[in-house]
Design a protein around this ligand. Structure first.
Ligand code: ADP
Ligand code: ZN
Length: 529
């Protein structure tokens, strides 16, 4: 019976999208949804998430409700579907009351298979009442990271989504996102009441993207040199401010380079014009704020530069991800200067998430300053481990001096393990501490709260006395970048072990540390610019 349904799904893929086969994870995801199980999908942009709910929507009886916060993109998405022969519609505040009533009529008379709505529309009592009278095939929650306050793009409108499972316990829910670390993923599931959901996490590795971080001195000269060797190639330069995009585009034009700018302060017509010229290869280079790129389907962007450092790794990863969608080699360059970090700090808003945003910014800064394979760091941020250095980043191209850090790492990890495991010491319950306390334990400090908690009774107390406090910080950062420890920013930044840690503790693999002298060198360059 189910076999039949997946065959129908394949037919629908051919009929509506013209594709012969599913990508590997799509088939498993669609099977899960067709079995009416809740599903969480984490797949990079361009991975093919939409099909995962659009095909089940076409095959299952009833109407699928798609929740998307990107009101600006809804119209385009729906028009695209309709032109493929899929009966889709949308409801949001951009429609007149008459238009909304018209759509509701079409839905009620079962002429629509996919209905896109904004989150605020979804949770309105009037709309929930409307939904109760319908036969619903599934709920799809797009951009699901917006639900979590731990995500990097939290939308308060998304917080009442628990209503869905409470009101419609029988209807399967599929949540999709391209950007969520482990903590955010856990939070999405709990917010949506989907604790039983099957999770599909595809690899975030984009091996065709080179990753480079350069000190921010003489950025403009460096950019000119970079562009000169890439005549006619499409590229995006992300800047922090609107003004910055304009002045950079002007400076490039003055050098005879065809470039334009894009930011949210421009009129919609102007923005469309710039976007279209870029997509149609008339203007190869766009200097833009983060407003540029959402929903742009251009596969041959050959490079992405960050004139300024992004505010967190999620944004950085999404922005560089716009390069090389065709799978062909593409380059990414991040300019790093300490001044940018200070500016970004000033930008942090008071949304009650200042602490979180600051932690994410710090992690971004650490990425820029570190001398560890960039891809290893990026992937470990999203919970993946890369066993070998990538060979396609600036650190791999200019390997720093390294040494066998297994013993140092083991000291730190065994201290964490002993704190967390009540059997190994005489503490009553498992305890986690932040890095500051951990280092003090390793260094055998006699600070009062440490002694009061009995941490001086742990076997590893003082085992790392020979290493300075500051050096320990840098080693722990490397462990974090290598995925050997985790910092739970949702729980006062306590340090935790990972699956990888146990391999090191069990002497199954070794740890390669970068010598601290080469890390300090990068830091000095950045502060000088
Ligand atoms: P996402 O939402 O993950 O960013 P999309 O759903 O927009 O990705 O899909 C990205 C591109 O891949 C689209 O052009 C889509 O038509 C195409 N695509 C999706 N599934 C398949 C498939 N099975 N075979 C070939 N192309 C596909
Ligand atoms: Zn590398």
């Amino acid at each position: 019976m189910l076999m039949l349904t997946i065959d129908r799904a394949k037919e629908a893929l051919k009929k509506y999208f013209g594709y012969d086969r599913f990508r590997p994870m799509q088939e498993e995801i669609i099977t899960n949804v067709l079995e009416r199980k809740d599903t969480l999908v984490l797949m990079p942009t361009g991975g093919g998430k939409s099909v995962c709910y659009q095909i089940p929507a076409m095959v299952m009886p009833g109407v699928a409700i798609v929740v998307s916060p990107l009101i600006a993109l809804m119209k385009d998405q729906v028009e695209g579907l309709v032109s493929n022969g899929i009966p889709a519609a949308f409801l949001n505040s951009s429609l007149s009351l008459d238009e909304q009533m018209m759509v509701e009529h079409q839905v009620r008379t079962e002429q629509i298979k996919l209905l896109y709505v904004s989150p605020e529309k979804l949770v309105s009592p009037q709309f929930m009442g409307f939904l109760r009278g319908l036969s619903i095939s599934l709920f799809a929650i797009d951009e699901a990271h917006c639900i979590s306050a731990w995500g990097h793009d939290f939308r308060p409108e998304y917080t009442q989504m628990a209503l869905l499972k409470q009101t419609f316990p029988e209807v399967p829910v599929i949540a999709l996102t391209a950007t969520a670390d482990k903590i955010t993923r856990r939070d999405i599931l709990s917010q949506l009441r989907l604790q039983q959901a099957t999770q599909f996490v595809s690899s975030f590795d984009r091996p065709n993207l080179s990753l480079t971080v350069l000190p921010g001195q003489n950025r403009f000269k460096q950019i000119l040199r970079f562009i000169e060797s890439r005549q006619g190639q499409s590229g995006i330069i992300y800047c922090l401010s609107r003004k910055g995009t304009e002045s950079l585009a002007k400076k490039l034009s003055a050098e005879g380079i065809i470039a334009d700018y894009y930011h949210a302060g421009m009129s919609p017509t102007e923005r469309d014009r710039v976007q279209e010229s870029f997509i149609q290869d008339r203007i190869p280079i766009i200097c833009a704020t983060v407003a540029f790129g959402m929903g742009i389907d251009k596969s041959n962007v050959r490079w992405v530069m960050h004139y300024n450092m992004p505010k967190n790794i999620e944004s950085y990863y999404q922005e560089i991800g716009r390069a090389g969608r065709d799978g062909v080699k593409a380059d990414t360059v991040l300019f790093y200067s300490y001044a940018d970090v200070m500016t970004l700090r000033d930008f942090l808003d008071d949304s009650g998430q200042k602490e979180l945003q600051l932690n994410k910014l710090l992690r971004m800064q650490q990425y820029a300053e570190a001398k560890t394979c960039r891809r290893k760091m990026l992937l470990s941020y999203f919970g993946e481990t890369l066993s070998e250095n990538c060979g396609n980043c600036d650190v791999c191209a200019n390997p720093p001096e390294t040494f066998d850090g297994t013993l140092i790492a083991q000291k730190a990890m065994s201290a964490i393990a002993r704190l967390a495991d009540p059997k190994l010491n005489d503490l009553k319950k498992s305890i986690s501490v932040a890095t500051g306390m951990l280092i003090d334990i390793l260094r055998g400090s006699s600070r009062v709260d440490l002694l009061q908690k009995g941490f001086d009774k742990i076997k590893t107390y003082g085992a790392g006395r020979d290493i300075s406090y500051n050096d320990w910080q840098l080693y722990l950062q490397q462990m974090l970048h290598l995925g050997l420890v985790e910092i739970a920013y949702d729980q006062n930044n306590v340090v935790r072990l990972t699956e990888e840690s146990w391999k090191i503790l069990g002497n199954q693999s070794k740890v390669e540390f970068t010598k601290l002298s080469s890390i300090r060198e990068t830091f000095q360059k950045a502060t000088a610019s």
